[in-house]
Design a protein around this ligand. Structure first.
Ligand code: NAD
Ligand code: MG
Length: 389
């Protein structure tokens, strides 16, 4: 008789966010397969405490040190160790006691803990696309060196990953990333100039964190995903295409050298790619709603409007340029999105800030990790200087 395999011990970095909470939903429904080892949050100590009381992790990290005492007190009768601060994130990623990290921190902040987990040879369920956008060459090289499998959580990349199962001997001719087009599909600059935060946050098909929602509205998200795909699947820029598919039912496609294409389909629900990454290589039975084609009599495909949504063109430029270009672009975009969310700049200013920063920061063709950090810092400072007081 085969022995039951032990539970996978899961570390969720960014457990209070959109991906983090959905990952906990998946674990809650599969307690026979997974247990929670580490949870981390940046500022939402209330939710971190509630999650810890429910899932009883070995350790939690609260990013904001001012909230350490409150978390410690609330968990005093549990056997959960409490840590605080940025450095503690890396230290927690260095623990031996977990098997798989769900990298669900948003932005550049996810890079260091994810790199640490890669260096420990952990399985990485990667939601934090910025990690690969910033330093994809180094992360992938370390993943090979330390035998750390990176399983994408981003729905498009999960789709491609799923299409590639069983195809290891078959080269990819091209991939097609589908894009919903976001809340402003079909709009022109005369409309976009006036849009505000709340409108940009209303994504038609997905409910996500604020930063990625704005990135979806500007199409920067698809640009980041092109760069993410380059590193994950070892592709040339000209093998990566984007098509607008507003129903978000085909999550992405791969074309092989015989012209045959594979697509992965399903309802737009991040729990599915999260669960796939957690369970891989096994698919886990669930009762998520099923796709009914009769509800989707027309699936549409169109070319993106590169002129209006210039962030996508800038990301393609960064993809083709290589070096520190995407790192600089990402840093400027994080500052610009933050400023837009604070109503400090307009929607179209996001692209202007990103473009100016990309042109201003010195190009480095083969950066070291330290040079990526430096480029990120310089780009942030430059972009911030563009915000009018
Ligand atoms: P979110 O804003 O909802 O959550 C972010 C999480 O990161 C929170 O737990 C927060 O506490 C933590 N965090 C934020 N800033 C931090 C910092 N400086 N240091 C440490 N922790 C910090 O974001 P999200 O929508 O869950 O997205 C997370 C990542 O997953 C992003 O990289 C995003 O691009 C990617 N992603 C998200 C979705 C989605 O549906 N939400 C889909 C695909 C990919
Ligand atoms: Mg995506």
């Amino acid at each position: 008789m085969a022995l039951e395999s032990p539970k996978k011990r899961v570390a969720i970095f960014g457990s209070t966010g959109s991906i983090g909470t959905q990952a906990l939903d998946v674990i809650r429904s599969n307690k026979d397969l997974f247990e929670v080892e580490i949870l981390t949050a940046h500022t939402n100590e209330e939710l971190l405490i509630a999650q810890s009381l429910e899932f009883n992790p070995n350790a939690v990290v609260i990013g904001d040190p001012a909230k350490y005492e409150k978390v410690k007190q609330a968990l005093s009768s549990a056997d959960t160790k409490v840590f605080a601060g940025e450095q503690a994130l890396e230290e927690a990623a260095d623990f031996d006691t977990y098997d798989i990290m769900i990298a669900a921190i948003v932005g550049f902040a996810g890079l260091k803990p994810t790199l640490k987990a890669v260096e420990k040879g952990k399985v990485i369920a990667l939601a934090n696309k910025e990690t690969l956008v910033v330093a994809g060459d180094i992360v992938m090289q370390k993943a090979i060196e330390f035998r750390s499998p990176i399983i994408p959580v981003d729905s498009e990349h999960s789709a491609i990953f799923q299409c590639l199962v069983g195809e290891s001997r078959n080269p990819i001719e091209r991939i097609i990333l589908t894009a919903s087009g976001g809340p402003f599909l079909g709009k022109k600059p005369n409309f976009l100039v006036n849009v505000k935060r709340d409108h940009a946050l209303q994504h038609p098909n997905w409910s996500m964190g604020a930063k990625i929602s704005v990135d979806s509205a500007t199409l920067m998200n698809k640009g980041l995903e092109m760069i993410e795909a380059k590193w994950l699947f070892n592709l040339n820029p000209n093998q990566i295409e984007v098509v607008i598919h507003s129903q978000s039912v085909i999550h992405s496609m791969v074309q092989f050298e015989d012209g045959s294409m594979k697509a992965q389909m399903g309802l737009p629900d991040m729990k599915l790619p999260i669960q796939y990454a957690l369970g891989f290589p096994k698919r886990i039975k669930n009762d998520f709603p099923r796709l009914n084609f009769k509800r989707y009599p027309n699936l549409s495909f169109e070319e993106p409007d590169y002129k209006t949504f210039r962030n996508l063109s800038l990301a393609i430029e960064a993809l083709q340029c290589g070096g520190n270009k995407a790192c600089v672009m990402n840093a400027a975009n994080e500052i610009a999105v933050w400023a837009f969310l604070k109503n400090r700049i307009g929607f179209l200013d996001i692209t202007a800030m990103v473009e100016k920063t990309m042109n201003a920061i010195k190009f480095i063709e083969k950066p070291t990790l330290q040079e990526y950090f430096d480029s990120d810092g310089e780009a942030r400072n430059f972009a911030a200087s563009l915000i009018k007081l």
